[in-house]
Design a protein around this ligand. Structure first.
Ligand code: MTE
Length: 352
C-alpha cells in the first residue's frame, strides 16, 4: 500500500504539531453531567435520538447529515445504542507507560482509503470527506462455515453483549502510532454467537462499497473495493481481538470506521478493517486487500515486528501522532504475552 503514500505517511504535518484541541476554537457548549450526552432533542439521521455533545467544550452537534463536516467530531452520528456510552473501562487493558493520544489528533490523522479525497497519503484529510457516508441503520451479512448465518443489525450485538472500554496501542504500518480508549466487545463473543463449524479455519471481513458516498472509491483502477481482511480462527478468538463501536467514550466518528471496526493491537493497523458489512467463515485462507494491491506488502499475518522491515523503510521506530518523538517498536507491539503462543517461534521473523 504505502508505496503510493505521498508524502510519507509518517510525516506529521506542521498543523498537527499543535494539538487540534488548540487548533480549533474551543467553545462552551451544552454538557451533560459527565455523560457527554446532551438533553433531549431531535437527533440526526432522521431518528429521534438526543444529539451528542462532547464533554470537552467542543462544538459538536451530532448533526450527522450529508453536508461536509465543519469540525472533525461533527462526524459522530448518534447511534441507536448511544445510551450505552460511556462504557466502563476494563482495567485489564491499559497502557500505563504512555499518555492517551489527543482526541482531536486521533480524529484528524486517519487512514481510510475509501475517503481519500485530499490526495493519496493525505491522512490528515479524511474527516472532511465523510459527510455523505451513512452509518445507521447498519446491517451485516454472516455467511460460510457456521451454524448461524444471515442478516443482522449491528446495534443488536451491542445490546446483547454490552460494551466495555479498553485502552490499546495502535500501530500503523506507516510508523505512526496512537494510544486510545476504544469501546466495544470481544470479537470472540461475536464469533461464538454464529457457532462456527469445525471446518471454519479463517474469518474474513469485508467493508462497504458505496462510491456515491465515498470519494476514494470513485478513483478508478487502483483499488479492488470493497476492503477485505482476514484472520486465522485462533487469532480471531484471542482475547485482544476487539470489535470497536466507539472511541473516547462515544460512538465512533465516521473517519474511525463507524459504526464498527476491528482493533488488533498486536498487528499493523491495516489488519483491522473499518465499517464492516460482511463476515465470512472460510475453510481456506482468504486473500487480503493490501497484499493483492501490492505484492511486496506484508503478508497475511502482518504482526508488528521491528526485525522485519517494510520494503521501503525500517520498522524499528514509530512516531506517536501529535508528537515528533521516535519510540522503539516492540515485537507484537508489546502484546507478546497475549499472542506469542499463536505463532511458531522458529518462524518469528517470517510472520509478517
Ligand atoms: N479499513 C478500511 N476499510 N480502509 C482503510 O483504508 N486503513 C487501515 C485500518 N482499517 C483502512 C482500514 C489502516 S492502514 C490503519 S493504520 C487504520 O485503519 C487506521 O485507523 P484510524 O484511522 O482509526 O486510526
Amino acid at each position: 500500500m504505502a508505496n503510493i503514500i505521498i508524502p510519507p505517511g509518517w510525516h506529521i504535518p506542521d498543523r498537527e504539531a499543535t494539538p487540534e484541541s488548540v487548533y480549533f476554537n474551543r467553545r462552551a457548549f451544552i454538557k451533560s453531567a459527565g455523560l457527554g450526552i446532551a438533553a433531549a432533542g431531535l437527533g440526526a439521521c432522521g431518528q429521534d435520538f438526543a444529539p451528542i455533545y462532547i464533554d470537552n467544550d467542543l462544538p459538536v452537534d451530532g448533526s450527522c447529515d450529508a453536508s461536509p463536516p465543519t469540525h472533525p467530531l461533527q462526524t459522530i452520528c448518534p447511534s441507536p445504542t448511544v445510551n450505552l456510552y460511556p462504557a466502563n473501562r476494563n482495567p485489564a487493558y491499559e497502557v500505563p507507560s504512555r499518555d492517551l493520544t489527543d482526541r482531536l489528533v486521533a480524529a484528524t490523522y486517519n487512514n481510510f482509503y475509501e475517503f481519500i479525497g485530499g490526495g493519496l497519503g493525505a491522512e490528515n484529510t479524511i474527516w472532511p470527506f465523510v459527510g455523505p457516508f451513512t452509518v445507521w441503520p447498519w446491517t451485516i451479512e454472516v455467511t460460510g462455515e457456521a451454524e448461524v448465518t444471515g442478516t443482522f443489525d449491528v446495534s443488536d450485538f451491542e445490546r446483547e453483549f454490552g460494551l466495555e472500554e479498553r485502552v490499546y496501542r495502535h500501530r500503523c504500518v506507516e510508523r505512526w502510532s496512537m494510544v486510545v480508549p476504544w469501546t466495544g466487545y470481544p470479537l470472540a463473543r461475536l464469533i461464538q454467537k454464529f457457532r462456527p463449524l469445525s471446518s471454519a479455519n479463517y474469518v474474513r471481513f469485508v467493508g462497504f462499497d458505496r462510491p456515491n458516498e465515498a470519494i476514494g472509491q470513485q478513483i478508478p483502477g487502483i483499488y479492488p473495493w470493497p476492503y477485505y481482511e482476514a484472520l486465522r480462527m485462533d487469532e480471531a478468538l484471542n482475547e485482544l481481538a476487539f470489535m470497536v463501536t466507539g472511541i473516547f467514550g462515544e460512538p465512533l466518528p465516521k473517519q474511525h470506521g463507524a459504526p464498527w471496526r476491528l482493533a488488533l493491537p498486536w498487528k499493523y493497523g491495516f489488519k483491522g478493517p473499518k465499517s464492516i458489512v460482511r463476515i465470512e467463515f472460510t475453510r481456506e485462507r482468504p486473500p487480503t486487500f493490501w497484499s493483492d494491491v501490492w505484492s511486496d506488502e506484508y503478508g497475511f499475518y502482518s504482526n508488528v515486528n521491528p526485525d522485519v522491515p517494510h520494503p521501503r523503510w525500517s520498522q524499528r521506530w514509530e512516531t506517536p501522532i501529535g508528537t515528533e518523538e521516535q519510540r522503539a517498536t516492540t515485537l507484537f507491539n508489546g502484546y507478546g504475552s497475549y499472542v506469542a503462543d499463536l505463532y511458531d517461534p522458529d518462524l518469528l521473523t517470517y510472520i509478517s
